[in-house]
Design a protein around this ligand. Structure first.
Ligand code: GLY
Ligand code: MN
Ligand code: MN
Length: 455
């Protein structure tokens, strides 16, 4: 297993390549990319700082109170970094800073200044640009600074004949870049998936009637940290019994009972990259018949969605494949009326499956990047990473729920990397096969390195 990811840093040449690609796409724009804001948990206690993904993707810089300015028009100073200056007294309390010199030497900034000089220096950096690429609405302080610049250029532009006219979201360019993962990103995502699978295996091994959902959450988090992850990439869902029919159940405060299914949706973060795995298993090691019927339909839908992942397929192809298979299963089980074709057309599965099958995965768990463009589905390409997460939820109270399935919720989620041939599942270090589930045949608790090529 890797060293703890505090030690992870991005190779300088890779960051430089990403910046060059980004600069090329800026045209005559200038990008202003701030660090993530520091957020309070309560009173004077902060939430642990995590860098803004776009800033990290382009610079690798890890500290708060920083702004990168990328200026394609300036041949010598294309990358300027504003950072917190060194301050021995403050560093005693909050840890070391890279400082202005560190920004140049460690992060290859062409120019670096104390963050206090940002407002004074921005006008010169922005003057040759026709637009500012900046994400409005994330940080009020930064919004104010950028809006003041726009107002200033509105009055000076008519006489000077230059200066930015508009603010544009950089997410358009960065979303496309981040959608197709480079070699290092794929490596990170494989590691995040392995760490996540280790957590799931540990939680499955610990699960038993009488154990609290919270204990399995603790087991997951322990394994994530111990095997090199930063912690969960999103709040883990440990949902037993009917809690599994609540899509984003995160209270995790029920004691698991004999006969329950347990749905765990949890993903570790490693080196700023998320994984996202869901497994559903019977706590006692044996499914009841109705549980098994539902599980098998969802597993077939997962397999159908996996088969739909290949280069050139539409981003919605896995969802279409999963929805059709779920319909087939629900018609067979008498939950909805056929014929299947009509059931698919009319989305009769919707009361039991109300979300999509896939989302992009990367630095964000619901990662950036378009699903549709110009009225067309985005086509899958090698290097894209997406989840496949078909499910069926039979809410206890709902009128539409047949008695036989009341309170059953099953979701199975894998992560697929699109390859030249089809896809690699990054997440099969934890089994999905019901027959090999908890307690049976060594399916759990064993470390398996095989990553199956499903193409
Ligand atoms: N864990 C959130 C999701 O599966 O989308
Ligand atoms: Mn997901
Ligand atoms: Mn998930």
């Amino acid at each position: 297993m890797p060293d703890h990811d505090r030690a992870v840093t991005e190779p300088a040449d890779l960051l430089a390549t990403r910046r060059e690609r980004f600069l090329e796409r800026l045209g005559s724009g200038v990008a202003v990319l701030p660090a993530a804001p520091e957020l309070l948990r309560s009173r004077d206690t902060e939430i642990r700082f995590r860098q803004d993904n776009d800033l990290y993707y382009l610079t690798g810089f890890t500290e708060p109170e920083a702004v990168a300015v990328l200026t394609p028009h300036d041949p010598e100073h294309r990358f300027t970094l504003f950072v917190r200056p060194r301050d021995p007294a403050r560093e005693r309390w909050a840890g070391p800073r890279f400082g202005v010199q560190g920004a140049r030497e460690r992060f290859a900034a062409d120019a670096a200044y104390p963050i206090e000089e940002l407002e004074e220096r921005l006008p010169d950096l922005l003057a040759p640009a026709d637009r500012i690429l900046f994400a409005l609405g994330m940080d009020e302080g930064m919004d104010r600074i950028v809006i003041e610049q726009v107002a200033r250029f509105r009055t000076s532009r008519p006489r000077k004949g230059a200066g930015p006219l508009a603010v544009e979201d950089p997410g358009e360019i960065l979303g496309h870049m981040r959608l197709v993962k480079d070699r290092l990103e794929i490596e990170r995502m494989r590691t995040a998936a392995r760490i996540t699978a280790a957590g799931h295996r540990a939680a499955m091994a610990r699960a038993a009637p009488g154990i609290g959902e919270w204990t399995l959450e603790a087991v997951l988090e322990h394994a994530f940290r111990e095997t090199g992850g930063r912690g969960p990439a999103y709040p883990p869902i440990v949902a037993s019994g009917a809690n599994a029919t609540v899509l984003h159940y995160v209270t995790n405060d029920r004691r698991i009972e004999d006969g329950d299914l347990v749905l765990i949706d949890a993903g570790a973060e490693y080196g700023m990259y998320a994984s996202d795995i869901t497994r559903t298993f019977p706590v006692s090691g044996r499914f009841t018949e109705p549980q098994r019927e539902i599980y098998d339909v969802v597993l077939r839908a997962l397999e159908a969605s996996i088969a739909a992942v290949r280069p050139g397929a539409g981003a919605d192809a896995p969802h279409r494949a999963a929805a059709r298979t779920l319909c087939e299963g629900l018609v067979e089980l008498g939950v909805i009326e056929g014929p299947v074709e009509e059931a698919v057309e009319e989305e009769r599965y919707k009361p039991f499956y109300m979300h999509r099958t896939s989302h992009w995965l990367g630095m964000d768990v619901h990662d950036v990047g378009p699903y549709r463009e110009g009225g067309e589905e985005v086509r899958l390409e090698p290097g894209m990473v997406l989840t496949l997460e078909p499910a069926l939820y039979f809410a206890e109270e709902a009128d539409t729920t047949p008695d036989r399935y009341r309170g059953i919720g099953v979701r199975i989620e894998d992560v697929a990397l699109v390859t030249e041939e089809g896809c690699d599942l990054l997440t099969r270090d934890v089994p999905v096969d019901a027959a090999r589930g908890r307690g049976a045949g060594g399916g759990v608790g064993r470390s398996e390195s095989g990553i199956r090529d499903s193409g």
